[in-house]
Design a protein around this ligand. Structure first.
Ligand code: SF4
Ligand code: SF4
Length: 384
């Protein structure tokens, strides 16, 4: 079936309406979204056409296009009619998942199964979530502590990214912050699986996490991932979760401004910052990570061609971090080229998905001798 009419999927229409997908009716077909979408730098992705098909009630649910959007929000920021294009894609994906329509990529199905089964997308042993913390002497959160540190599944399990969680803990210790982590009962924040259409899985994760936070007496949460930040801050309240949430870039900036930490060791490098979509366009946090980098003696901060509001996605949003992207279509490869063109020695990021994608790209592009990929917390920790 090349193009399935919505009509046979009456339940799908209800799901799309519930998710806000009907906002596509505002679209007047200017084509700005297609011209903006980064996919069109590497392949064809006709966002405008998809909005038109949706208006006509014709949606090709089985198309590969259903799973391309990385939810980078660039098109949404530019759409003159205020169409929440991400919500339209999310509504389609939810309809596909819940209706059991063919075409859900295997990677998304496996990720959803892993999250439902063991609370993390990688399918790692639930009892190993806090191994990184035990080896770093980080304690479980107890009532009265100032901060709950929510490290992200990637930083907790990925052997290449555990260093980010450890550096964050080291900085908090140096700053004299009382902090702890939740135990192995903590679940994935759920952001990416929601964007991949698994709404019910998302809701059950959120309810379990809110319950754990409340039982532990958590009030303030520091996160490493902009995806955790976005959902904990903006979406958990839909299900009754109200907490103070700070991304590590904001937290570090505050610690430096308050004089609780002072980077002193010189790092004589040219550094460029990648604006993660969920820190930048989704939450307008552009200045804090730059302030943190500029606070480190010796660092010369340069900008890439795409920066701040015009940042280029790493390719990992919207659940794409779990999907295979063909060589030649990876946004992260373009970002490595941009960092090298800006004459940077270090590409700094503040997101586990961006870190994972950039480290892969540097390796597969064989650029490790000219460009290092570092989390901003690592750079701060090195400078203390
Ligand atoms: S930018 Fe907005 S109005 Fe223009 S084609 Fe895209 S969705 Fe429609
Ligand atoms: S949110 Fe980003 S990836 Fe998705 S359609 Fe818009 S520009 Fe393209």
């Amino acid at each position: 079936m090349a193009q399935a009419a919505v009509a046979p999927y009456q339940d799908a229409i209800d799901i799309i309406k519930e998710e806000g997908g009907e906002i596509c009716k505002l679209c007047y077909q200017c084509g700005t979204c297609t011209a903006t979408c980064p996919w069109n730098l590497v392949r064809s992705f006709m966002v405008r056409k998809s909005m038109h098909q949706a208006q006509l009630g014709l949606i090709d649910f089985e198309s590969e296009d259903m799973w391309l959007c990385v939810t980078c929000k660039w098109c949404v920021e530019r759409c003159p009619r205020g169409v929440e294009i991400i919500d339209v894609w999310r509504s389609y994906r939810r309809a596909i998942v819940e209706m059991g329509i063919a075409g859900v990529p295997d990677s998304i199905r496996f990720t959803q199964k892993n999250i439902s089964g063991v609370g993390n997308p990688q399918g790692e042993d639930r009892n190993k979530r806090t191994d990184w913390a035990s080896s770093a002497g980080v304690k479980p959160f107890t009532k009265g502590m100032e901060v709950l540190y929510f490290a992200c599944c990637y930083n907790a399990y990925d052997p290449k990214l555990i260093r980010v969680a450890k550096a964050t803990a080291k900085i908090m210790e140096k700053a004299g912050i009382t902090f702890g982590i939740l135990g192995n009962e903590q679940n994935c924040c759920g952001e990416s699986i929601r964007k991949a259409g698994a709404e019910e899985t998302f809701k059950s994760l959120v309810k379990a996490n809110i319950d754990s936070f409340n039982k532990a007496g958590v009030q303030k949460i520091v996160v490493s991932s902009p995806h955790c930040y976005h959902t904990l801050k903006n979406e958990y309240k839909e299900l009754g979760g109200q907490f103070e949430v700070l991304h590590s870039a904001q937290f570090l900036a505050q610690l430096i401004k308050d004089g609780k930490i002072k980077p002193t060791k010189e790092i004589k490098k040219v550094v460029t910052l990648h604006d993660s979509c969920y820190l930048g366009r989704h939450n307008k946090i552009y200045d804090e990570p730059r302030f943190v980098l500029k606070s480190i003696p010796g660092i010369q901060l340069v900008e890439m061609y795409n920066n701040r509001e015009n940042g280029l996605c790493c390719g990992g949003g919207g659940g794409r971090i779990w999907a295979e992207t063909k060589k030649g279509e990876r946004f992260s490869d373009m970002r490595i080229d941009q960092a090298i063109e800006a004459k940077a020695n270090i590409l700094a990021a503040a997101c586990p998905y961006c870190m994972a994608n950039f480290e892969d790209s540097v390796t597969t592009m064989d650029k490790g001798s000219v460009l290092e990929v570092k989390e901003i917390v690592e750079l701060v920790a090195e400078s203390l």
